[in-house]
Design a protein around this ligand. Sequence first.
Ligand SMILES: Nc1nc2c(c(=O)[nH]1)N[C@H]1C(S)=C(S)[C@@H](COP(=O)(O)O)O[C@H]1N2
Ligand SMILES: [Mo]
Length: 399
Amino acid sequence: MVSRRHFIKKTAGGLAALGGLTLLQRSGLAATTAAAAIMDALPGKQPLIKKTFRPPNYETPVNAFDTPFTPNNLFFVRYHNAAAPEIKAGDWRLQIGGDAVHSPLAFNLEQLRSDFEQVEIAALCLCSGNRRSLFEPPVPGLQWGHGAIGNALWRGVRLKDVLAQAKIAPSALEVSLAGADSGVIQATPDFVKSLPLAKALDENTLIAFEMNGEPLPHWNGFPARLIVPGWTATYWMKHLTAINVISKPLDNFWMKTAYRLPKDRFPGAQFASQQTETSRPVTEIVVNSLITNLVDGQTLPSAQPIEIKGVAWDCGDGIARVEVSTDGGNSWQQALLKQDYGRFSWRQWHFAFMPKHPGTYPVMAKAVSRSGASQPLEPIPNPSGYQHNAVQKISIQLV
Ligand SMILES: Nc1nc2c(c(=O)[nH]1)N[C@H]1C(S)=C(S)[C@@H](COP(=O)(O)O)O[C@H]1N2
Ligand SMILES: [Mo]
């Protein structure tokens, strides 16, 4: 296994060198063809897999997922519109308002940090469209591989504490969230999202200003972003500037058209005020797992035990177990779970495979949550390619 440091050194700079491409293929990006796997470093970031430059959309190579927390400079980047302008901490203001608060408020960063109790939560940030490129037949949208995901330790203040100061009116229905990048006039509509009031008031929903013990990187929402543990990252508004408590459902493209699933095909919390006869918003993360140290087609010596490593996650029920198959799903054995950093964090796991003879081994991993939910063998079809959580199957050659 090539170390991450070595990987980065090899691929630093614009286009990946040939050696870099080989390593990329080894990193398990099954659906990303070598030709499309372009490594590029945004200012302050290590090289990531560039999907688009404008807006900036970069995914993390899978072999960077071998630590419990994804380093800030390797964390994926996703923007719908132009990237946010760089905000100076001293210039930033957060407005709290909307028709369903009695006392609109504004905070600067210092006030936000000092006026409320600070809390820290380990939580997985997962793009709803992660693995979209694996859907067959292909679906439109950003063709993410496995890397639109990252686990971090977030520090901030509870949204519910901040909203309490603004005094929520009984008519409150949703809480809308806008970031500094949403004012740009472009073909795409402003990126503004809303949460149901109950989720906004959940004690785990934070306005975070630190990630893994450091200020948020610009690309991940400096100076503050919303953290909605257990829900997909579409609600995790970066460069948060305005929070409005509203008494009517937010009616915009990002709520009514994008980030929606066919109504009864997926598990996950309801978002009643945004549901229609036929569709519902993406809400909670579905149970899932990823093999992080082996890739499809990899050749290994059969004479020694092979360590299979990965991560598993769900919406916050917690991971009960991870099962690994080395015979294409005929039999399953339990992997060992590593340290538990809390129910919203992903969980690292490992499994010692003792091959008996050379040959081709189809390796699969399947997570089961504490609520009993597990991964399907085939992805659940949906028009925009969200929530891909099919069991991963890779083939390794033992010689
Ligand atoms: N301001 C702002 N916040 C945003 C977005 C955006 O386009 N603008 N995209 C959302 C989506 S869809 C995702 S997946 C996450 C990605 O977070 P990251 O860029 O820190 O990895 O940010 C969310 N917050
Ligand atoms: Mo996303």
